[in-house]
Design a protein around this ligand. Structure first.
Ligand code: HEM
Length: 535
């Protein structure tokens, strides 16, 4: 059986490399039979009927019938590239080993192969890449200690802080189950009842909600993780990718103009830049906080709707990533790639962030359904490290994780007959302890509006204008109860924000009313360039 080598993957379309070499250009079936006629069905006479024993046709057509797998339930539209991560070995003036024993970070210049998938979130696999939506930024590090997936977004905060709300959040953003059309009213029905979303909304409805492309956007782990050193001491950590190409976002009008001509512009931009040899780069920064509840802060460090203020928790660069190779086969490498927040290496750990813990169930669960039980045997998902498990079989089992020289009859542990053995721990375990009642409760320090208000005030004027225009346009057709709740939430963030949204909704509603009257009176469309048409 083939070893799960990234080398193989780089040779051909994500193939494992254990196929017999076939240098001939003769077409065959998947059974290796040469195909001498690929133009005509085998039929009784040249007008048919067809016969059922025609293996060549049955194989070709039935494989075609199965060409699609379920698309990702979120982040279905995406694009990917291979590259390398190079470590700096330090955190500020200190060696990185003070905080983490993860091998990939230790030495300056150490290189780790990576695969990255960028994505939009809400719509289907061929939806436009100009939509207002967070962008996914998922990185798979093929480390010597096995894989590490850092599954992030471009924006640094999220809509909700408890994983149990995720299906509701997504349902509100997906198309209406009756009309199959996405509806601003449904989105804001949920958001207006979810005050913790205001920080995210204040980013998302500004130009930050439409990055110009994948190369000029930031990335963030969003959730709080831990780093653990050789003594088992853990610290809280946040990850941030900073693009060395700079950051570029689009207004709604700019995005619409691009979408009218090209709805694949971000995939095309990434692919073509790499083909030209203009390799995009990002620096990875971390923010570090001592493990604990930090009652002195006005937010909870495990709350993913909050930023950690940079003046108190500086960004430390810890490495640089370069994307330098396009996939050879989109399906094998991008569509079947599977990232998950549970995929950590020694020296990295989970925090108690409730979103992170819920996510960690969801990713591998969906991938066992979406790709199959043996999704980790696919070259794009398999680690470069030799895999040695006692897991066997299942659909599409491609090989067993056998170690040469070990007793192949022993697929259990412990055994005295020559099976796999447990590893020696790489360092002291990180062993946080708990004493609390088992409850269903919100965290104490929700503080939903302070950072959202700061974000509103930090936006440049053109960003504020676009934010108000986008919110007003989305809210004007919504029910009054939703408008009122949203105005109230915006006001709690900043009174000016609330006032501008209220004025904006009023203005757009009047225009919509005027437009409706004009079409009712048979006046046709508003004149080009009229205010009504601008909205
Ligand atoms: C994809 C669940 C929150 C970033 C996915 C997928 C699921 C999922 C089921 C599809 C995975 C696949 O089919 O391979 C959840 C749940 C969440 C959550 C349950 C909250 C409880 C987040 C957050 C972020 C995020 C906060 C950002 C940090 C991503 C990305 C992908 C993704 C980037 C695409 C990965 C890829 O390119 O294959 N999520 N998600 N998700 N999620 Fe989440």
């Amino acid at each position: 059986p083939a070893e799960n080598g990234k080398q193989n993957q780089s040779q051909s379309n994500g193939s494992s490399g254990n196929e017999p070499s076939n240098s001939s250009d003769i077409l065959t079936t998947r059974q290796g039979h040469p195909v001498s006629n690929n133009q005509s069905l085998r039929t009784v006479g040249n007008r048919g009927p067809a016969t059922l024993e025609n293996y060549q046709f049955l194989e070709k057509m039935s494989h075609f019938d199965r060409e699609r797998i379920p698309e990702r339930v979120v982040h279905a539209r995406g694009s990917g590239a291979h590259g390398v991560f190079e470590a700096y070995g330090t955190v500020g003036n200190e060696p990185v080993s003070k905080y983490t024993r993860a091998k990939l970070f230790q030495e300056k210049g150490k290189q780790t192969p990576v695969f990255v998938r960028f994505s939009t979130v809400g719509h289907g696999i061929h939806s436009p890449e100009t939509l207002r939506d967070p962008r996914g930024f998922a990185v798979k590090f093929y480390t010597e200690d096995g894989n590490w997936d850092l599954v992030g977004n471009n924006l640094k905060v999220f809509f909700i802080r408890d994983a149990i709300k995720f299906p509701d959040l997504i349902h509100s953003q997906k198309p209406d189950p009756v009309t199959n059309i996405q509806s601003g009213e449904r989105i804001f029905d949920f958001i207006s009842n979810t005050p913790e979303a205001m920080h995210m909304v204040t980013f998302l409805f500004s130009p930050w909600g439409i990055p110009a492309n994948y190369r000029q956007m930031q990335g963030s782990g969003v959730n709080t993780y831990k780093w653990v050193n050789a003594d088992g001491v853990g610290v809280l950590v946040k990850y941030h990718w900073e693009p060395l190409q700079g950051i570029k976002n689009l207004t709604q009008a700019q995005a619409q103009e691009i979408q009218g001509k090209n709805f694949n512009h971000a995939t095309q931009d990434l692919y073509e830049a790499i083909e030209r040899g203009e390799y995009p780069q990002w620096e990875l920064n971390v923010q570090i906080m001592e493990d604990g509840e930090h009652p002195e802060l006005d937010f909870d460090p495990l709350d993913d709707t909050k930023l950690w203020p940079q003046d108190q928790f500086p960004w430390y660069p810890v490495g640089k990533m370069t994307l330098n190779r396009n996939p050879l086969n989109f399906f094998a490498e991008v569509e079947q790639s599977a990232f998950g927040t549970g995929v950590l290496v020694d020296g990295l750990d989970f925090s108690d962030d409730k979103m992170l813990q819920g996510r960690t169930f969801s990713y591998s669960d969906t991938q066992r359904y979406r790709v199959g039980a043996n999704y980790l045997q696919l070259p794009i998902n398999a680690p470069i490290k030799k895999v040695a498990t006692n897991q066997r079989d299942g659909q599409m089992a491609y090989h067993q994780d056998l170690v040469p020289g070990l007793n192949p009859h022993v697929n259990y542990e412990p055994s005295s007959l020559g099976g796999l053995k447990e590893a020696t721990p790489a360092g002291k375990d990180h062993t946080p302890s708990y004493s609390a009642s088992l409850v269903r409760q919100k965290i104490d320090r929700t503080n939903d509006f302070k950072q959202a208000g700061e974000r509103y005030r930090m936006h440049e004027d053109w960003e504020k204008d676009d934010l108000i225009s986008n919110l007003s346009n989305a809210l004007a057709p919504a029910a009054k109860v939703i408008q009122d709740k949203m105005i109230e939430l915006c006001t709690k963030c900043d009174p000016e924000y609330g006032q501008r949204v209220a004025d904006g909704i009023k203005k757009v509603s009047e225009m919509l009313k005027k437009e409706k009257e004009m079409s009712k009176n048979g006046n046709g469309q508003p004149a080009p360039g009229s205010d009504a048409q601008k909205h």
